[in-house]
Every structure is written in structure tokens, then in C-alpha cells.
Ligand binder design. Structure first.
Ligand SMILES: Nc1nc2c(ncn2[C@@H]2O[C@H](COP(=O)(O)OP(=O)(O)OP(=O)(O)O)[C@@H](O)[C@H]2O)c(=O)[nH]1
Ligand SMILES: [Zn+2]
Length: 351
């Protein structure tokens, strides 16, 4: 047999075993070989009536941190520091209610994830829950949301910044704006200065080392979502924060100023002084899809005091309609102009 075929067969067998194990319900201390004897299978059928998690013994259970999430499995770190691959017990999100996210603490036994510990906090997409009442959690147990934006090449992307600001507000997390490539501009444009007012913290950084100490202090001992669009210099920053983090630094394409997708990093990266940064493609794509204008407004802090909608028109989009409560609050100085502009920018993507 040629080699790829043999490899494929091996892989199929491995997967088959894992699946059989998952559905059998027999996940006790029996050695693997005995589990697949006729007796073992009978036993499996009998035990299948019980919920799977019950088949695990207490001493088999271990707490682990989710480092990355894949279609069929997660990479987790046990409390001993050992990293292993752990499989899901549930087949679908309907069955599981919620899948683990990076940063979650889970209970595992024999390479299977039995349960997710309650989350301290999470980064979720702003807006309503899905039909099955699930949130789409992008990262769990985080302390803050830090976004790297470049001031120049690629230019400051308000759409990206708005979405993360909203997500941070929506999830009650501090929002830290990292303005990178500060060496490329002399003065921060007015519009960006306005946006800075919305962030809980802003740090000016560049590849020459400016602001790195401040950034280190801000991230120290905390778990932060640390994301940014391609080409903003995130990998260069990571390399300064975590020596030997092994990230490729790509070149910005001359034609459109966009960076190449070159970052190859783990989703959960420990910082030398304590704390960690989390970034995944899912986080980078964090959207505000399927929001109605009303739902968007409700994600904005301060738009409706105590959640009371008091605009004149029931379908008010707060774009200058008469007797609009949001407009009134802007005039009273309760909502900043910058925040309102951020709302108007996002309103374009709502239905
Ligand atoms: N002038 C200047 N260039 C920078 C700075 N930081 C990064 N760059 C350059 O910007 C380009 C992109 O940097 P990366 O660190 O790869 O950017 P990234 O955000 O990780 O991009 P991906 O790897 O595509 O996700 C590289 O050519 C860097 O040399 C900076 O502070 N100033
Ligand atoms: Zn209104």
C-alpha cells in the first residue's frame, strides 16, 4: 500500500475509534482493547441509556484551560501544564447548548470534554441570541478587549474599531485602543482623536519600541482579547511582548496598503510577566450581523436610560427624527458626539 493511503486508513481508524468511544457510553476504566469485545459492546448498549458524563469516575475528571477550538476537538492545557487534544461529547450545538471557547475552563476526562465551567466574562457578538438561545462566544474569561489599529498603512479602520468598541461595551469589558505605527504620522487626525475619547485607554505604539512598556503594563496579569486587522503590525507587537512567539512578519502590499495574511500564532498566548492574549480568526471577523436598528441602539450604553425607549416615533432610528430622545441626550451632553457618530456608521449595516 502506498503511504498516503496507509496514513488515511490509520487516520480513519483513529477517528472511528474515537467516535465509537464517544457514542458507546463506556468510558470507564476498562482498557481500550476490552471495550471492543462482544461483552464490552453489550455493556456499552446497556450504559447508553445514561447520560454520558455520568459514566466518568470522579477521579478521572480534570480541570483544563481551552487554548484553541477546532471542529471536532479542542487543544487544552491541564493543570499539570501538559497540553492535550480533547474531544467534544456532543455532536451538535443544539445538543451541547454551548461549545467551549478559547479561555474557557472545562472539566475533561479521558480526552473528552464533559462540561464547561461558568464564565466570568465573555466576548460575544453584540445582538440577540440565536434561535436556540445560544450566544456565540468568541473568547471566555477575559478581562479586557485590546485592539491594535494602525494610524497609517493600512489606514485607521473605523468599521473595525466600532465593532469591537460595541462588543466591549455590550459585554461590559474595558476597551483598550492600541494605535500602532505612530512613527508614520506627525499628528493624530481629528476624527481619530474623537474616537480615542470612547476608549477606556489608548496607547501609542510603534515597531521602534515606543509605548511597549506601557502596553506590557496594561496587559500584565490580565487575559486580553488582542486582535487587529491584517497588516496593522500585531505580529510585530507580539514579538516584542513575547520573545520567540514565532510569528512571521509579512510585508504590506504596495498596491493597496493591505497586509498579507501571515500571522501564524496560537489562539492563546501566555505573556512572560503573567497574563495572556487571545486572538482567533473568529474574533477578527466579529460581526454585528442580523441586528435591527433598534437592537443596535440598545447595544449603545446611555441611549435609553434604564432601558426606557422615549423617542416620539416607535420606529425612530435616531437619525434626526423630531423629538428623538437620543438627540436630546446628545444635546444634554449625556452621549458624546463621537459615540453617536460611531452609531451612525454602524447603522448602515443594520436592517
Ligand atoms: N512603520 C511601521 N511599520 C510597522 C510597524 N509595525 C509593523 N510594521 C510593518 O507592517 C507590516 C505588517 O506587520 P505585521 O506585524 O506582520 O502585521 P500583522 O498585523 O501581524 O499582520 P498579519 O501578520 O497579516 O496578521 C510589516 O512590514 C511591518 O514591518 C510600525 O510601528 N511602524
Ligand atoms: Zn430616537
Amino acid at each position: 500500500m502506498n503511504e498516503p493511503k496507509a496514513k488515511r486508513r490509520q487516520w480513519r481508524e483513529k477517528r472511528g475509534n474515537a467516535l465509537r468511544q464517544m457514542h458507546s457510553g463506556v468510558l470507564d476504566n476498562l482498557p481500550l482493547k476490552e471495550r471492543w469485545t462482544r461483552e464490552g459492546k453489550k455493556e456499552a448498549k446497556r450504559k447508553k441509556l445514561k447520560p454520558l458524563a455520568e459514566n466518568f469516575l470522579e477521579e478521572q475528571k480534570e480541570r483544563a484551560l481551552v487554548l484553541s477550538v477546532h471542529r471536532r476537538s479542542c487543544r487544552v492545557r491541564l493543570e499539570s501544564g501538559k497540553e492535550i487534544k480533547a474531544f467534544y461529547l456532543a455532536k451538535s450545538i443544539e445538543e451541547a447548548k454551548e461549545f467551549p471557547a478559547v479561555g474557557d475552563f472545562v472539566i475533561i476526562a479521558e480526552n473528552f470534554i464533559i462540561s464547561i465551567e461558568p464564565r466570568k466574562s465573555a466576548l460575544t457578538r453584540p445582538g440577540p441570541r440565536t434561535r436556540e438561545n445560544q450566544t456565540l462566544v468568541q473568547a471566555a474569561n477575559i478581562d479586557q478587549v485590546a485592539i491594535v489599529m494602525s494610524l497609517e498603512s493600512p489606514p485607521f479602520n473605523f468599521g473595525f474599531a466600532d465593532r469591537f468598541l460595541l462588543a466591549a461595551n455590550f459585554n461590559n469589558l474595558p476597551f483598550i485602543l492600541i494605535l500602532n505605527k505612530s512613527d508614520l504620522i506627525k499628528k493624530i487626525p481629528e476624527e481619530i482623536q474623537e474616537f480615542i475619547k470612547l476608549a477606556d485607554n489608548t496607547i501609542l505604539t510603534n515597531i521602534l519600541g515606543t509605548g511597549i512598556k506601557e502596553l506590557k503594563n496594561k496587559l500584565k496579569g490580565k487575559v486580553s482579547v488582542f486582535s487587529g486587522q491584517s497588516g496593522v503590525g500585531k505580529s510585530s507587537l507580539i514579538n516584542m511582548l513575547v520573545p520567540n512567539a514565532l510569528q512571521d512578519v509579512g510585508e504590506v502590499r504596495k498596491k493597496d496598503g493591505k497586509g498579507r495574511h501571515t500571522t501564524v500564532a496560537s489562539a492563546y498566548l501566555d505573556l512572560p510577566g503573567g497574563g495572556a492574549v487571545i486572538d482567533t480568526p473568529g474574533i477578527r471577523a466579529l460581526g454585528i450581523m442580523n441586528l435591527t436598528a433598534d437592537e443596535l441602539a440598545r447595544c449603545f450604553p446611555g441611549f435609553f436610560e434604564n432601558d426606557v425607549f422615549d423617542c416620539k416615533f416607535k420606529d425612530c432610528k435616531h437619525q434626526g427624527e423630531p423629538d428623538c430622545a437620543v438627540q436630546r441626550r446628545i444635546e444634554e451632553g449625556k452621549i458624546s458626539e463621537a459615540r453617536y457618530r460611531s452609531y451612525l456608521r454602524m447603522l448602515r449595516f443594520c436592517f
